[in-house]
Ligand binder design. Structure first.
Ligand code: ADP
Ligand code: MG
Length: 368
């Protein structure tokens, strides 16, 4: 159905129907001039907005609308995770160009709501406009965190250990494969919840005959996990909460722009330096398996690629024993040092690590 047949208010009604089910804290949701929300008095309010622009953040030639909705929610939820918070409410503002159908917007909200439901986040409002050039998505998430448990980019101290959740570089490697023509195919492109996503079971990657570039048509390895990591990242809400509540961490950030840039933010805000050991950086078996199909080495994707949405945090040495006993899935990759330099240690050789991740105005990579 064309957007013009349904109209702005018809579309908002559909979005409202599709996003039912809300917590008692949503006093007024979609439908009035503003949402009315009640928050726990003992907590701090967290607020974050991220935009996703067609041509800058995503490409509709390889992104399906379900994944786009999922990712729009994920990148914002990840910012709440990075503060150690609990996401509660969200708002979505869309600029929709001619040519986008009602069904596509419905798919977008299916993906978006899947992630919101998993984390009990209510969609409480937004805005809907026509766009003259490209699809524009802006999502705002409100969350909360216990006053004494909030983690920020400031607070890392020399001697702290640097940890990351998950593995690094997968999303950027996945984007490269997608750009080259690889596609994820699920059963009827139907969707899987984060819990059942597993290791991409049921998905396979094929080379795209039409747009395939030499090496991609030979891509037969089932590394759809890399593509999915780019299309449907899972925000580390549970880990973020455990890390914050443990009281063992001194700073935290999510990796949206690449390890070099995001570690750079921690160093800048905490006024410290860091040493990262290359051989401790966690890489997935998927990125290693796909190495022959990638233009560069996994380390490059980890340092400069971005969009992994893993958490990067620092643990005080006095709390290390306690932290390890909590068994939060994570890897230590180095430590914080005095000064303001980031150093990469590779086979005993030390080189200065410069922030090389995504920057919207320097034309490098892609990220938030
Ligand atoms: P107003 O003109 O007062 O801004 P709108 O007609 O834009 O009102 O919106 C009506 C209601 O629908 C509001 O509650 C608004 O938050 C909600 N809304 C509008 N667009 C969206 C959207 N894309 N997603 C969720 N809620 C939306
Ligand atoms: Mg409005």
């Amino acid at each position: 159905m064309k957007m013009s047949e349904l109209g702005e208010f018809g579309l908002i009604r559909k979005i409202k129907q599709q996003s039912k089910g809300r917590s008692p804290s949503t006093l007024i949701g979609i439908g009035d001039d503003a949402a009315a929300l009640s928050l726990s008095p003992s907590k701090k309010l967290l607020a974050t907005t991220d935009m996703l622009l067609e041509g800058v953040h995503f490409d509709l030639s390889y992104t399906d609308f379900y994944s786009l909705g999922w990712k729009a929610a994920a990148v914002n939820l990840s910012d709440i995770a990075a503060m150690g918070g609990v996401p509660r409410f969200c708002l979505t503002a869309l600029g929709i160009p001619a040519g986008i159908s009602v069904e596509q917007i419905k798919e977008f909200y299916k993906g978006f709501n899947t992630l919101c439901r998993k984390y009990n986040v209510d969609l409480v409002g937004g805005d809907t406009c026509r766009s003259e050039r490209g699809l524009v998505i802006s999502v705002t998430v409100l969350g909360e965190v216990e006053k004494k448990k909030m983690l920020t980019r400031a607070g890392a101290q020399p001697g702290d250990l640097v940890f990351v959740t998950g593995t690094l570089g997968d999303s950027a490697a996945g984007m490269e494969l997608l750009t080259a023509g690889a596609r994820v195919q699920g059963p009827g492109s139907r969707v899987q919840g984060p819990g059942s996503r597993g290791k991409g079971a049921g998905f396979r990657v094929r080379g795209s005959g039409a747009r395939g570039e030499g090496h991609v048509s030979e891509l037969r390895t089932p590394n759809s996990a890399l593509l999915l990591k780019h299309l449907r990242p899972v925000p580390r809400i549970e880990s973020g909460r455990k890390i914050a509540l443990s009281g063992c961490a001194t700073s935290m950030i999510d990796i949206s722009d690449g390890l070099s840039s995001d570690l750079g933010h921690i160093c800048e805000e905490s006024r410290v330096g860091a040493e990262i050991c290359v051989d401790q950086i966690p890489f997935s078996k998927d990125i290693r398996k796909a190495a022959d199909h990638l233009k560069t080495i996994p380390l490059h994707y980890a340092l400069s690629g971005g969009e992994d949405y893993e958490l990067l945090f620092t643990i005080s040495p006095s709390k290390l024993k306690k932290y390890l006993s909590l068994k939060i899935v994570s890897t230590s990759i180095g430590s914080i040092i005095a000064g303001n330099t980031m150093v990469l240690i590779n086979n005993g050789k030390r080189t200065v690590l410069k922030p090389k991740g995504f920057n919207h105005f320097s034309g490098q990579g892609r990220g938030q």
